[in-house]
Design a protein around this ligand. Structure first.
Ligand SMILES: [Fe+2]
Length: 284
């Protein structure tokens, strides 16, 4: 029996990451797994990667990590994500590019599996019913463990399959049923999209199957200011920046129609082909 913490979508926010790691030191866990997207949006992606590395935290690749490393194209992103991903790629230290190339896309053991977005595509949002059922189907056919942890949507939510129907839980505490398939979205450490700007993460007790969702306050105003000042985030108040970014993305998109590149495919098999990662699924 052990306690595993899942953190995800740090997005270069060192203030939020340090607040979460301090909280985890107090709570005491046996292992920390990062479900990807350390890069982009905020100003300190290299420092966050350094912190993850020195803390011996398991790191699964996220779409923004792969975009920063040049393994995935940012062309299909929203305008603001495209802006951040472009800056993130330009400023990433070369040593992280090599490390990101060797990251697993999924990790599994006897009890749970963990991935960034879905088990087959690193940019899909696992929110619609059709995709949730599709993921459940993949878990069954690939004989993956019943409990799956993921991030990417920046929402904390547990969805379980009960009598053929999807049941959603937004509570901060829930005990999972070992027999039911459960999809656990662990929220975001560093890029909150709603009113609540707390960093959040999940602790899983492997003995009791209890899930605890934790919220940790941090200085969000500082992170936001740094990200705009360092041009990691598109300043919506600057009309010029918004227009230049829009035209740049459109130009690259049109160029891509005539000269398509294989890094535009976000499927996991496609990513495995073009990264040096031979073990896309690590057994832990
Ligand atoms: Fe993501």
């Amino acid at each position: 029996m052990s306690k595993v913490a899942f953190i995800s979508d740090i997005h270069g926010n060192i203030e939020a990451l340090d607040a979460v790691l301090d909280d985890l030191t107090i709570k005491g866990v046996d292992r920390i797994i990062c479900l990807g997207d350390i890069a982009s949006y905020n100003a300190d992606q290299d420092r966050c990667m350094e912190r993850i590395h020195e803390s011996h935290i398991d790191w699964i690749a996220g779409n923004h990590d792969l975009m920063a490393a040049g393994i995935l194209s940012p062309l299909s992103c929203s305008e603001s994500a495209f802006y951040s991903a472009t800056k993130s790629r330009k400023s990433l230290k070369p040593k992280w590019r090599d490390i990101i190339q060797s990251l697993p896309l999924m990790i599994t053991n006897d009890l749970f599996c963990a991935f960034h977005a879905t088990p087959e595509n690193i940019t899909e949002y696992l929110t619609r019913e059709k995709r949730l059922f599709r993921t459940i189907e993949i878990i069954k056919t690939q004989k993956l463990p019943n409990i799956a942890f993921f991030g990417h949507t920046h929402q904390s939510l547990v969805t379980t399959l009960q009598d053929g129907r999807l049941v959603k839980f937004t509570e901060d505490y829930i005990t999972l049923d070992a027999e039911a398939i459960s999809l656990v979205n662990v929220g975001t450490v560093g890029e909150q999209r709603g009113e609540d700007k707390s960093a959040n993460y999940t602790i899983f007790d492997t003995g009791t199957l209890e899930i605890f969702n934790h919220k940790v306050p941090y200085n969000h105003a500082i992170s936001l200011r740094k990200s705009i000042d360092n041009k990691f985030r598109l300043d919506q108040n600057s009309k010029i920046s918004v227009i230049i970014n829009k035209f740049r993305q459109k130009f690259l998109f049109i160029r891509h129609r005539f000269f398509p590149r294989n890094i535009d495919d976000p499927s996991l098999p496609g990513i495995i082909k073009r990264s040096s990662n031979e073990v896309s699924r690590s057994i832990i």
